[in-house]
Ligand binder design. Structure first.
Ligand code: F6R
Length: 250
């Protein structure tokens, strides 16, 4: 595993954008696994700027997002489909039909999970999977629990996740209680994983994921078993890893 420690959020975003852009340039028809949340916003912004500058194209890229709130329409301003459109897809030349996010309004959730897994399989899994991590160690919306769930599933969001995401909604009660999430199996099947962490409130999660035991109580810890993980973080988020003597590149 390679760890890049950047001074701050902007440095993290630039490094991440570089790594994703390199993948798109190397393999124009690559499959990108994408994430939402506040962590990758700067990464998308940087890639949009480079794309608009003419540096590279997303015309052949296919994308699969990690998750979507259950019950939110794609046009809801807190849905992850809406996030992807406004932060990324609307500003690049990716073909709409090549972008994939679980359908938050699916009438039959089990069928939607099966459809999403089949879709990811048919794309041959992600060449590069972008991840953020929750303060509780979640990746995608795979919350801490007794087991790692392999496939796409509907998850009850942890109270701490509802608390953390309430900042995006008018009231805590408006935060959906469930989400569709790609399972750990699909995430781990990606050929390369790029995990971003920013801010002191992620320092414990980063430490637990990479210095602690591999356990579903900290879903991110499964990444210790992947053979091509790149962790990019700012100093605040990586502070506990550095204190523990883990080697980082700057
Ligand atoms: C988002 C996702 C989540 C977030 C995590 C961190 O698609 O899968 O795992 O990456 O909740 O969120 P932020 O970046 O808002 O701290």
């Amino acid at each position: 595993m390679r760890i890049y420690m950047e001074a701050d959020y902007d440095g993290m975003s630039r490094r991440a954008a570089n790594l994703i852009s390199a993948e798109v340039i190397r393999k124009p028809d690559c499959v990108l696994g994408l994430a939402t949340g506040s962590t990758p916003v700067g990464t998308y912004k940087q890639m949009v700027a480079w794309h608009q500058h003419g540096d590279f194209s997303f015309k052949e890229v296919r994308s699969v997002n990690l998750d979507e709130y259950r019950g939110l329409a794609p046009t809801h301003d807190q849905s992850y489909r809406y996030f992807m459109q406004t932060n990324f897809f609307d500003h690049i030349d990716i073909l709409p039909e090549n972008t994939n996010v679980p359908d938050g309004l699916a009438a039959d959730p089990e069928a939607e999970c099966a459809r999403y897994d089949q879709l990811i399989r048919s794309l041959g899994y992600a060449d590069l999977q972008l991840l953020g991590m929750g303060r509780n160690g979640h990746i995608g919306f795979n919350e801490p629990g007794k087991n790692f769930v392999k496939e796409t599933h509907v998850v009850d969001l942890a109270e701490s996740t509802i608390d953390a995401n309430a900042r995006f909604f008018a009231a805590r009660d408006d935060v959906p209680r469930q989400a569709f999430t790609m399972g750990i199996g699909c995430i781990m099947a990606a050929r390369r994983i790029l995990l971003l962490v920013s801010g002191a409130d992620k320092a414990d999660a980063a430490y637990n994921a990479f210095c602690g035991p591999i356990t579903p109580e900290c879903p991110g810890s499964i990444l210790q078993l992947h053979n091509d993980v790149v962790l990019v973080g700012d100093k605040a988020a990586l502070s506990k890893l550095v204190d523990a003597g883990v080697k980082v590149s700057e």
